[in-house]
Design a protein around this ligand. Sequence first.
Ligand code: GN1
Ligand code: MG
Length: 354
Amino acid sequence: MHSDILKEIKAVLSAYPEIPKGKNLEYERIPHGHINHSYKLETDSKCLFIQRLNVNIFPNVAAMCNQIEQVTQHLACYYQKNNLPYEAVNFYKTFSNQIFYQTGRNFYRICDYKSALVAHQLPTNNEMVLSAGEAFAHFAKGLIDLPVADAFFPIRRFHDLAFRYQQLQEAKQNSNQATALLGLFQICDKLFDLLKPVLRYLEEGNLPSRWVHNDTKLNNLLFDKQLDARCVVDLDTVMPGSLIFDIGDALRTMGSSLEEDDSELDKLHINKSAIDSFLQGYVSVIGEHMTSEEKEMIPYSGIYMSAIMGYRFLTDFLSGNRYYRVRYPNHNLDRARNQLTLAVILSEDIGKVK
Ligand code: GN1
Ligand code: MG
């Protein structure tokens, strides 16, 4: 297994003119991320980050990667023009000038491993969260003048709550575990009712379609040693959507006391000051471009994204864990319970779900 991976990685590296063939090659699996496989590679001259893309989830790798390239180039110009302290991800190109390489059924992508920067699973302090808010807002602001009309959608209806709810209902009908999870389904239903205003605004076109990241978890940002955010990573799901998705996804990770799969739910609470810090940073950067409807929906955003994650994890659990990578049989169920509980706690500011 080990030597198979090494052999394949060597073949991949030889497709890139800027990566010299060295004698030594060490790799280390990076455990985070539920979809792609990521490795840190040490060659004689470079430290690289290489990903094997999950083609079951991203079947059109070429369209996705071309779009990522367009987005990163646009961002790099924006950062530079405005003298901002961020770097855009810069992928290596193959001899055929692509940012991905196909070998057999596998697709790979390579960029530098930014050794000076670190991803965090939970925030250390609120300054860090404020910095995250600014960085994700600059990501969206930098792309505000990139037209959305011809965008490629790597995953259809990705953050469509009604679609995710419908998928959950289908999984529930086909499962023999539904009765045991009645309480959890009741929470799903109540959250769906509570979130109808967001769905209505989305359906009526009241929330503008903008380029958003769609996976603004804290660990998709790299920070320097001073805990300043420096680089937005994991760009596979970048596509048009609502700012509410990015704000909500950030809040569900930065505003929670627990990681998303922690099952000790009695320790789950909301960090209100972290939520305030994120919003302060985010709105200070992009607030002047936000519509009043977008601002109005901010209090729903964290609930919306936690509910979507709860639905998706529960759907996957009921369907035999085919989408997310799991470490134990009930992993997706633990994730679902965590995210649905988080949505309920977040909703206590807006209206009672329990
Ligand atoms: C997946 O693979 P990763 O961790 O970057 C998922 C996101 C979820 C996230 C939950 C394409 O992202 O939507 O928020 O898990 N990505 C896809 O942690 O489904
Ligand atoms: Mg991701």
